[in-house]
Design a protein around this ligand. Structure first.
Ligand code: OSB
Ligand code: MG
Length: 383
């Protein structure tokens, strides 16, 4: 059933300070908090919609960053959507943004807010709208590189953290690696938890295909029983990924490289990856994310839902998307408690290794008004 038309009346950017329960260190840097950018839309009837911008504070994961997203939304994307008569929904918004290049996380946040508004107006959940049959999704956890008091990467601390997550019932573990924190980390986890642990690694582009020492380490990692290796090389290096994927038994999964549906099919068809990490922000919106899923599914390529340390606003959309049938691997769709002492929405809970798919009206549960007000650092109206 198509979504009802709305009359997009008011757009606001809201910034919210959300400290993380523990620092998240990757090969590109350490995050201790999220300065969350939310897009809030309202229609002429006063129905609200919310979307979360999946960016890091600095352009270190990809070229997007939170202040840049806020600027491009305020100066370009939102004015384009509000000009030329009232926008009636997601399709209108996408058409009005079609002439703008890049800034995928910003446009995805705006699109998500409009999905949320239309679904709320329809009284329908995103999962129902997408025809999702499951009622829960399997959850993995993405574990940062732990640091000891001197700032050195710490395998014992990693083993302790992973032990805690396994006790909580997470079904698979993804650990962040970088040159110098890779083989020892994986061997430490294998020694502690055995070969049955569903373990994968994420390099966030930290290895160079041109450095023989890096390749030697990756070749050794290839015999540690990993479920996959995620994004060892730079986002543009599809050929290098294909060359090594052909030699390794460990499947290669791509994250940073997958910027839209055609890049996804190029990567898969050229052998650069056998698994795709889908992130709504990175591919430029929920519509595009569904298209990536559909193309991968047509090729029997498994996908899973990545994360960007989202609050419940972004998490709700991720969890509903992850209910689609091609999502056959546990995602980084962890419980709220993995990230925040208190979430902006009703918390997402882990039960028996799974997170329930929301079935309330909207793309995600709404923010709690009290917590939102208490943690908001800035609001800009763009009517
Ligand atoms: O590479 O998947 C990544 C967080 C920020 C930027 C990039 C990545 C990540 C994560 C966190 O791994 C996943 C999560 O939200 O739990
Ligand atoms: Mg990744």
């Amino acid at each position: 059933m198509p979504l009802p038309a709305v009359a997009l009346d008011h757009v606001e950017l809201v910034r919210v300070a959300m400290p993380l329960v523990r620092p998240f260190r990757t090969s590109f840097g350490t995050q201790t908090a999220r300065d969350v950018l939310l897009v809030h839309v309202r229609d002429a009837d006063g129905t609200d919609g919310w979307g979360e911008c999946a960016t890091t504070a600095a352009p270190v994961y990809d070229a997007d960053f939170t202040d840049g997203a806020a600027l491009v939304l305020a100066d370009h994307l939102v004015p384009a959507v509000l000009a030329a008569g009232t926008a009636r929904g997601v399709d209108d918004v996408r058409a009005r943004l079609a002439g703008y290049r890049g800034h995928h996380a910003a446009r995805a946040a705006l699109e998500a807010a409009v999905w949320d508004l239309q679904l709320r107006a329809a009284g329908r959940s995103l999962a129902d709208h997408l025809g999702v049959a499951r009622d829960r999704v399997p959850a993995g956890v993405s574990v940062g590189i732990p640091t000891d008091p001197d700032g050195a990467a710490d395998v014992d601390a990693l083993v302790a953290q992973v032990g805690g997550y396994l006790e909580e019932s997470y079904l698979r573990v993804k650990v962040k690696i970088e040159p110098g924190f890779d083989l020892a980390a994986v061997r430490g986890l294998r020694a502690a938890f055995g070969s049955d642990l569903r373990l994968q690694v994420d390099a966030n582009t930290a290895y160079s295909p041109d450095d023989p020492a890096h390749i030697a380490v990756l070749d050794e990692l290839d015999s540690t029983g990993l479920e996959m290796i995620e994004q060892p090389f730079g986002a543009d290096r599809l050929r290098s990924h294909a060359e090594h994927a052909a030699r390794w038994r460990t499947p290669v999964c791509l994250d940073e490289s997958i910027t839209d549906r055609s890049r996804a099919t190029d990567a898969v068809d050229d052998g650069a990856c056998a698994i795709v990490n889908i992130k709504i922000g990175r591919v430029g919106g929920l519509t595009e994310a569904i298209a990536v899923h559909d193309r991968c599914r047509a090729r029997s390529v498994p996908v899973w839902c990545g994360g960007m340390l989202e609050t419940g606003i972004g998490r709700g959309v991720n969890v509903a998307l992850a209910g689609l049938p091609g999502f056959t691997l546990p995602g980084d769709t962890s419980a709220s408690s993995r990230y925040f002492a208190e979430d902006l929405t009703e918390p997402f809970l882990l039960e028996d290794g799974h997170v329930a798919i929301p079935r309330t009206a909207g793309a995600s549960p709404p923010p709690d008004p009290g917590r939102l007000a208490a943690w908001t650092t800035d609001r800009t109206s763009l009517r």
